[in-house]
Design a protein around this ligand. Structure first.
Ligand code: DQA
Length: 147
């Protein structure tokens, strides 16, 4: 099982960016926790980060060639990107959307996700655990575990 994790814009700043909202864990620490969980369950995991919308589209298109599923935090592009939504729809492998913060409890413009409707589902508000839950969710989906 090969899973790609994609972190969107500004998530490279985790650890110092609004710790009250996003926590004190760095992106490297998030990736280390994900890699540890993946090893425990026998999955292969690759993590990528980009601040650039088109690069995230490229990551998604490439994922369809070499991965079984994707855990995606589109960052602010969640609320704006038709291009990322279309890429998720186009690639035909399952994508689980994750957010550190509870986007539904924040400013109104964050309540709408353009991307979530093309994902298997969305996990929002559990901090770093959102990513780990997202990994479990995409693996369960790919393995065809009961819903
Ligand atoms: C985020 C929520 C988005 O609204 C925000 O723009 C981010 C991070 C989250 O993980 O909580 O950059 O995706």
């Amino acid at each position: 099982m090969k899973i790609l994790v994609i972190h969107g814009p500004n998530l490279n700043l985790l650890g110092t960016r609004n710790p009250a909202i996003y926590g004190a864990t760095t992106l490297q620490e998030v990736d280390d926790l994900l890699a540890k969980r993946a090893t425990e369950v026998g999955a292969e995991l690759v993590s990528q980060q980009s601040n650039i919308e088109g690069e995230i589209v490229n990551f998604l298109q490439d994922a369809a060639l070499r991965h079984d599923g994707v855990v995606l935090n589109p960052g602010a592009y969640t609320h704006t990107s038709v291009a990322i939504r279309d890429a998720i729809e186009a690639i035909g492998i399952p994508v689980v959307e994750v957010h550190l913060s509870n986007i539904h409890a924040r400013e109104e413009f964050r309540h709408t996700s353009l991307t979530a409707a093309k994902c298997v589902g969305q996990i929002s508000g559990f901090g770093v655990q959102s990513y780990l839950l997202g990994l479990d969710a995409v693996l369960a989906h790919v393995e065809g575990l009961p819903r």
